[in-house]
Design a binder for this molecule. Structure first.
Ligand code: C2O
Length: 536
């Protein structure tokens, strides 16, 4: 293992990723920010400098376990109070066995929507690398997967033209435009690696490849609401990884990615005519309340490699998606739960305990619209985090399971290691991509309506850090409480989390307390960063 030093500067900037100029956020001056690359078990020392004028920030390393370092999880209000403007904070953690494709993003309010995102690629140890240091063979633990020649990160994101703070306020407020309270804000467009083409403006990224090779594209949906469909004209995709978990290869025409999810796909440059193809990152409009023209969501990049008979006509930007040109291939959808199986079929333990939690939305007394988990709507605490609260004996004792348990904002799964079935009942008309920090739960069941003790099935269960729960349905997630800490469990739709759709899961809190809060975190809180407590 190595020690890797990175430095990230979050600042306001003026940019026009899709051709529309707006004030946005950039990391080290770019959107998306720089890709962070490391190997399994490396130690990461990442200094984040907040160069914004007025707002605090915190950077979350999506999906990582942060085993023994839950206070470096970057979740504002839960693991830290927020880096004040003009100050820096150093995250210092080991990668504890996590490998694959993930991303980092601001976890302070809805800041990531404005551009504070970047890719995080973690290679297994003992994988072969190419001249650029990229992993080109599967992990030794999954030797039957195909090899490839080089890889690329592809960050797909729905894109808004307003500042996310204003957009969130309108969503929650009864005084938004045209009485739209509770209607998810509709993005204006989308980007691929920070480039989109709104109303014909903007620019296209070109992936200049070699013929006769296999490329691994690491797809990340860093968006705030919409599913994104990824495809490449005339080239089928082979899915080999989902949320950093190697899977048995599955060939598809396209893959639909929910917010915060990732897929790695292999693409073979085996065509002999043409020489240029559209890569498409289409923001799907099915979750949008307002219908804006589909053309606003059609975002593209160019795939190019030398072929025997090159075409003399340039790519036509209005050409519709011809499909992969291989009959019989479909898309992987966001709710095709059984289509993927882990490449390494591990043993899934049986559950010790089952908890049912539920999500809802309603208009509160103060007439604002909030998301609720178990009847509580989350907001960050004033100058305090859940991790710092752990040192308060009354808070710790309140976490001990009682007769009416589980209820409310905190779920204490167990004081010791145990296997938990967490049933999430979604009492809302929309689907939600739910993310559990610090874990990769197994998906062990789903059904419509309320959970009624239906049998769960862990055979070949897929594990990932972000699972979609369909509207008016439940999903069952199984995980082991072997990672002490207080972990956020939330819908990753930025507007839903911003409206409070987040609860916290305590795993072995006394052990987490014994890790010792770094002085920097304590000082941040003393600087008074934070919010106003649980919503009304
Ligand atoms: Cu991608 Cu709570 O995070």
């Amino acid at each position: 293992p190595q020690v890797r030093y990175y430095s990230l500067v979050v600042s306001e900037g003026y940019g026009n990723p899709d051709g529309f100029a707006r004030q946005m956020l950039v990391v080290n001056g770019t959107y998306p920010g720089p890709t962070i690359v490391a190997n399994e078990n490396d130690r990461m020392i990442i200094t984040v400098h907040n160069a914004m004028l007025n707002n605090a920030t915190a950077i979350h390393w999506h999906g990582l376990y942060q085993n023994t370092t839950p206070f470096y999880d970057g979740a504002h209000g839960i693991s830290q109070c927020g880096i004040p403007p003009g100050q820096s904070f150093t995250y210092n953690f080991t990668l504890d066995g996590w490998t694959g494709t993930t991303w980092y993003h601001s976890h302070y309010q809805t800041q990531y929507t404005d551009g504070a995102v970047g890719a995080l690629v973690i290679n297994p140890s003992n994988a072969t690398t190419n001249a650029d240091g990229q992993q080109v063979t599967p992990a030794p633990t999954a030797p039957n997967l195909p090899e490839w020649d080089a890889d690329f990160v592809v960050i797909l994101q729905d894109w808004y033209h307003g500042q996310s703070q204003d957009v969130l306020e309108q969503y929650m407020s009864p005084n938004g435009p045209d009485g739209t309270q509770g209607d998810e804000p509709t993005p204006e467009s989308g980007t691929i690696n920070g480039q989109g083409q709104w109303l014909g403006g903007g620019t296209y990224q070109t992936f200049a490849l070699q013929a006769g090779k296999t490329y691994r594209f690491r797809l990340i949906n860093s968006g705030s609401l919409g599913n994104v469909r990824f495809s490449i004209d005339d080239h089928p995709l082979t899915i080999v990884s989902a949320d950093g978990v190697d899977v048995q290869p599955v060939e598809v025409a396209g893959v639909e990615i929910a917010v915060a999810q990732r897929y790695d796909v292999l693409v073979r440059t085996n065509q002999t005519t043409g020489g240029q193809w559209w890569m498409r990152g289409t923001v799907l409009t099915d979750m949008f309340t307002y219908s804006l023209p589909d053309a606003w969501y059609d975002h593209r990049a160019v795939l190019s490699y030398p072929v025997a008979s090159p075409s003399s006509t340039p790519l036509n930007s209005s050409s519709p998606d011809p499909g992969p040109g291989f009959p019989g291939l479909g898309d992987l959808g966001t709710k095709d739960y059984t289509a993927l199986t882990p490449a390494l079929a591990g043993v899934v333990p049986g559950p010790d305990v089952t908890y049912v939690v539920q999500d809802t939305f309603e208009r509160a007394q103060n007439s604002l619209y909030y998301g609720y988990m178990n009847g509580t709507s989350w907001a960050p605490l004033e100058g305090e985090t859940t991790m710092t609260l752990l040192s308060t004996p009354s808070f710790l004792s309140a976490l001990v399971p009682g007769p009416s348990f589980p209820e409310g904002q905190y779920l204490l799964t167990s004081l010791n290691i145990s296997v938990v079935d967490l049933i999430l009942y979604n009492i809302d008309d929309g689907d939600h991509p739910f993310h559990l920090h610090g874990h990769r739960p197994w998906f062990v069941g789903t059904g419509s309506g309320a959970y009624d003790g239906q049998a769960l099935n862990a055979t070949g269960a897929m594990l990932r850090d972000t699972h979609v729960v369909p509207n008016y349905s439940w999903i069952a997630l199984r995980f082991v409480t072997d990672n002490p800490g207080i972990w956020a469990f939330h819908c990753h739709i930025a507007w839903h989390m911003g409206a409070g759709l987040l609860m916290q899961i305590a795993s072995q809190p006394q052990v987490a307390l014994s890790y010792g809060m770094p002085q920097e975190v304590v000082e941040q809180c003393a600087a008074g960063q934070g919010g106003q407590g649980v919503n009304g």
